[in-house]
Design a protein around this ligand. Structure first.
Ligand code: ZN
Length: 814
């Protein structure tokens, strides 16, 4: 055993040696944690530590053993024969050393060494769910209704799903000391790139020195909820849960509360009792209160009753759960249309396009609730997300109430598109000006390759964009909520594809300025060994080209070829097994490739006749000579291709510099025709009967135009996302007969130059010919009492929606 004083001397000598650039191992009696495969230290925890501290000690023990073969004993008091001690978490020993966890928020930690000890310390606390929430996820409790004297939904839904029986911890547990352990192990060279044994890199060494260290590590982003709703801890495999912990995420309860950024306004209005007693809380769509829209109903945000109940709910939550900092009043998903009641009239802003059409309407509600709450609870926050039709910042609110938390739902993977990137940077800037300092958050999803999506299996890697974006967000956003898709047994979906994006994001949440290329080089070398160069080539190719893979066969082939090369280079090894995981996860992309290879071969063709514009009488009727002898085409059921119950036919004409559609919809229930709006550019239109025309010209993919039986029109450019600021400037007329309705639509068509000069107006393209056709679809939806009864299309998409461009039919002029 080494004398206390001599250790101190050696420690000083070691420091001097380090400063002089002499390798530390040269010091003769340097303190060790492990020497030549023999334990030189014990792991000391408190008598009754929080559960995360126990886990931290076990993780440290396990990885020290994996590295060196030495198993350090875990004890609650220093063992006599051990020369050094590793203190994990707060204990009387760290108290004696005056190493405290004071001020270590959001997972921050300290790593401090002395002559014969190493302390790994952060704040640790077991999460105790609020007592009323114990039945969350099962039934509404009588207890809850008795407590509230209201018919509100249960708050904090899903928090029990954040408890992992497999590991015995909750995702809400504070765990700074565990993060200190992970930092220490990573400094020794351990890496956790992917869940499970296969995903980790562990260096081998017989000795681990107790090197001098004194550091305090804080994350750049305090809220780090990567995973979103999933992978849930509950039922999640141990590997998956541990990997999430090793990524050092944080649920941020102390910042955003237990409800986070979820859609939560439905807690006020979603229950059946409320639907029956307060129909005025609900939006009026097509003359009906939308009590069942997306299950819990769409709110009327002008309703005084709904406002009062929301404020009352907020006060109740903060009075009852006094440590909760914030609640969300974000409307339900699918909330896209303005309520048509008298109070709401004129409160939308369709001229701002789809992403701004409800901005002032929704943010006004958020801000009013926050201002009212501020009078009684100035330290409590109200959350809303900038999302969907209220993504753009409101115009009429110059500054939000100081207690409004804004979470911008972004699309980081889409920032390769310069227009998208510019749009979101602008949105961020304006919200930053409107929100009080420290009240801005970001979020979104990494779901591009989700299993049910059209682009499943596409190898999407975007580490450089993650790096660029998080650097820009450091000091701007307080943190993030990023949704990931869930695979089998609540594990992460497609880890072979998703792990790198998640890993890079997790690391940069702690140190946004880190050199991402250095990180990646290390990753390629240590994770893929002999295949490092090939994998770098593969991943860099995918990073540059994945957006093309949704429409082109060649980049898919090239990526899979590079991946196969890498597999060959890796040989029969752990490196090869890792690449096999990626190969397995990219398997679904082959289906997409098949579809793309078939392409539009076999697509139905429609022939447009040529007629003179002067002969068109735009009255909705299709009876003038203009339409005579123009071929007539019939729609089929959208998802099955069978004849639909309600027949729809159309004709199409090229007329000078315009394309004209005549569409006739037979209907045996004309008295109940569902005219959802009589206004143009009103997204309520999609809640009623309508026909749609989708046009892909030689130079633009694609335009979407919907017209209803009243002749109201809404048009959008779908080049990247839905952009309703684009205006087709089409002329429309509708006509209703006894058992049918029909429309005439005349689209002016402009050439490339004019289209380029004003891309927000008119269809851009040239006259479609056999050698240079357009692709298109005509569709019809029949909606009665809020339910879709039938959807049909000229070219069935075999999906439950119209938006499958690869299925578009061909259009030529003859
Ligand atoms: Zn209303």
């Amino acid at each position: 055993m080494i004398e206390f004083d001599s250790v101190r001397l050696v420690g000083a000598a070691l420091l001097a040696a380090l400063c002089a650039g002499v390798p530390a191992g040269d010091a003769l009696s340097e303190p060790f944690i492990v020497k030549d495969g023999t334990p030189q230290a014990d792991i000391i925890i408190a008598n009754q530590p929080p559960r995360m501290v126990k886990l931290a000690a076990l993780e440290l023990q396990a990885y020290i053993e994996k590295i060196s073969g030495a198993r350090l004993p875990i004890a609650t008091a220093p063992l006599k024969d051990m020369p050094a001690h590793v203190y994990v978490g707060k204990s009387k020993y760290t108290d004696e050393l005056k190493i405290t966890d004071e001020g270590l928020k959001s997972g921050a930690f300290k790593i401090v060494s002395g002559n014969d000890y190493l302390a790994l310390l952060g704040q640790d606390r077991d999460f105790t769910p609020p007592s009323i929430a114990l039945n969350v996820g099962t039934n509404l409790t009588k207890e809850w209704d008795t407590l509230t004297c209201e018919k509100w939904g249960m708050p904090f839904r899903g928090i029990n799903r954040r408890y992992s029986p497999a590991v015995g911890i909750s995702d809400y547990d504070e765990r700074g000391s565990l993060y200190a352990v992970y930092e220490f192990l990573e400094n020794l060279g351990v890496r956790w790139y992917m869940p499970g044994d296969l995903g980790e890199v562990v260096p081998e060494r017989k000795s681990i020195a107790l090197s001098p260290v004194d550091k305090l590590v804080k994350p750049d982003f305090n809220y780090r909820d990567l995973g979103g709703y999933s992978p849930h801890f509950d039922g999640g495999p141990r590997d998956s849960v541990l990997w999430r912990l090793r990524m050092r995420f944080s649920m941020g309860e102390e910042i955003v509360g237990l409800g986070g950024f979820a859609h939560s306004l439905n807690l006020i209005h979603g229950r059946d009792e409320v639907k029956q007693t307060h129909p005025d809380y609900f939006a009026l769509y097509s003359g009906l209160r939308a009590t069942n829209h997306m299950h819990s109903g769409a709110p009327c945000l002008s309703s005084p009753g709904l406002f009062d109940s929301t404020v009352k709910y907020a006060r109740f939550i903060f009075d009852t759960y006094t440590n909760q900092p914030a609640i969300s009043v974000m409307p339900n998903d699918g909330y896209v249309s303005l309520c048509q009641c008298e109070l709401c009239k004129g409160k939308d802003t369709p001229e701002r396009g789809y992403q701004g059409q409800l901005s002032d309407y929704v943010w006004d509600f958020t801000d009013r609730v926050a201002r009212e709450l501020y009078k009684t609870h100035p330290d409590k926050k109200i959350i809303n997300d900038a999302y969907g039709p209220y993504l753009l910042p409101p115009v009429k609110i110059e500054k939000f109430s100081p207690n409004v938390l804004v979470a911008i739902c972004e699309q980081r993977f889409g920032y390769a598109d310069p227009q998208t990137y510019a749009l979101y940077m602008d949105i961020r800037k304006v919200y930053l000006e409107k929100a009080a300092p420290g009240n801005l958050f970001t979020g979104g999803h990494y779901l591009y390759t989700r299993p049910t999506g059209a682009f499943a299996g596409v190898p999407v890697f975007f580490p450089h964009m993650i790096s660029k974006d998080l650097r820009a967000l450091k000091g701007v956003s307080q943190g993030e909520f990023i949704e990931l898709s869930q695979g089998p047994q609540s594990a992460m979906h497609a880890p072979g594809i998703n792990h790198l994006n998640v890993y890079v994001t997790g690391k940069l949440y702690w140190e946004a300025d880190r050199d991402v290329d250095k990180m990646l080089d290390e990753y390629y070398k240590s994770f893929y060994g002999p295949a490092a160069k090939n994998m770098k080539k593969f991943m860099e190719y995918c990073e540059a080209n994945w957006p093309l893979m949704k429409t082109k066969v060649e980049p898919i082939d090239k990526a899979l070829e590079l991946l196969a090369d890498a597999r060959k280079a890796a040989g029969d090894s752990v490196y090869g097994m890792r690449i096999d995981v990626i190969i397995g996860d990219t398997e679904p992309v082959k289906k997409l490739r098949e579809k793309l290879a078939v392409g539009r071969k076999g697509a139905p063709q429609a022939v447009a006749a040529e007629r003179k514009s002067a002969d068109l009488k735009l009255d909705g009727k299709l009876d003038e000579p203009f339409w005579k002898d123009v071929p007539v085409y019939e729609l089929k059921d959208l998802s099955t291709g069978k004849p639909p119950a309600h027949k729809t036919t159309f004709q199409v004409v090229w007329s000078d510099t315009a394309i004209v559609f005549g569409i006739r919809c037979e209907d045996d229930d004309m008295p109940n025709l569902n005219i959802a709006t009589r206004k143009n550019e009103d997204s309520n239109l999609w809640a009623g009967d309508a026909v749609e025309v989708h046009l892909e010209t030689q130079t633009h993919a694609y335009y979407q135009v919907a017209i209803n039986p009243a002749g109201a029109i809404i048009d959008a450019d779908r080049r990247v996302r839905i952009d309703t600021k684009w205006n087709s400037e089409a002329e429309v007329a509708a006509y209703a007969g006894d058992n049918f309705w029909c429309v005439e639509i005349r689209f002016p068509v402009v050439d490339n130059d004019a289209g380029g000069a004003d891309p927000l107006k008119k269809v851009e393209g040239r006259k479609p010919t056999a050698t240079s056709p357009w692709y298109f679809n005509v569709g019809r939806q029949r909606i009665r009492k809020g339910q879709l009864e039938e959807a049909s299309a000229f070219s069935p998409t075999y999906a439950n929606h119209f938006h499958v461009p690869i299925k578009f039919g061909e259009l030529i002029v003859k």
